[in-house]
Design a protein around this ligand. Structure first.
Ligand code: GRF
Length: 193
């Protein structure tokens, strides 16, 4: 059997998309393994979830680096390379990247975003979709490039906006789709490498 592609998942919070990737990777037919879960904050809840699943969970705390985002990213990059990581999956990683990390992982870094890009890059996507009266919302997996939430789209999933939807209801229906979309988009991406 050919070896599985080594993926690191970068998180900042609860890590439910990371969990979906970890679950998918348990299937023997899955072409990737989650070799590392890395957070930029020690309080990221997903670190404990990853450890409990037997995955190395590492915090490269941004705090000691202050405003020097590139120095923080050099530390992240070193951790990824030390472990032979081949693909990076951002999953709720809430820090804007500098050109250093984007360039270092060009063509090998994916992100999931809770809107149908190019609509609503950035934050508060569901509130913005509701305020605009959109009939559909959804999520996008894309390659990471220099512009925030701008890279080539690898996959999307759509949900219908229902009458009476608030931000919370819409977010949770989109999140269910995120958990389906990300493992599939990552597997397709890895198979095509
Ligand atoms: C998800 O909605 C993802 O699309 C966005 O941040 C959220 C992270 O949630 N980038 P989780 O940490 O994966 O549960």
């Amino acid at each position: 059997m050919t070896s599985k592609t080594k993926v690191a998942v970068l998180i900042s919070g609860r890590g439910s998309n990371m969990e979906a990737l970890v679950r998918a990777a348990q299937d023997p037919a899955c072409p990737f393994e989650i070799a590392l879960v890395l957070a930029n904050k020690p309080e990221a809840g997903g670190l404990a979830t990853a450890s409990a699943a037997g995955i190395e969970a590492l915090c490269v705390d941004q705090k000691p680096f202050g405003k020097d985002r590139a120095a923080h990213e050099h530390a992240i990059d070193a951790a990824l390379r030390e472990r032979g990581i081949e693909v990076v999956a951002l999953a709720g990683y809430m820090r804007i990247l500098t050109p250093f990390l984007v360039d270092a992982w060009a063509g090998r870094m994916l992100n999931i975003h809770p809107s149908l890009l190019p609509a609503y890059p950035g934050l508060n996507t569901h509130a913005r979709a509701l305020a605009a009266g959109d009939a559909e919302a959804g999520c996008t997996v894309h390659l990471v490039t220099a512009g925030v939430d701008e890279g080539p789209v690898l996959g999307q999933a759509r949900v219908t906006v229902l009458p009476g939807d608030d931000e919370h209801a819409l977010a949770s229906r989109v999140l269910e789709q995120e958990h389906r979309l990300y493992p599939k988009a990552l597997a397709d991406f890895v198979r095509a490498l």
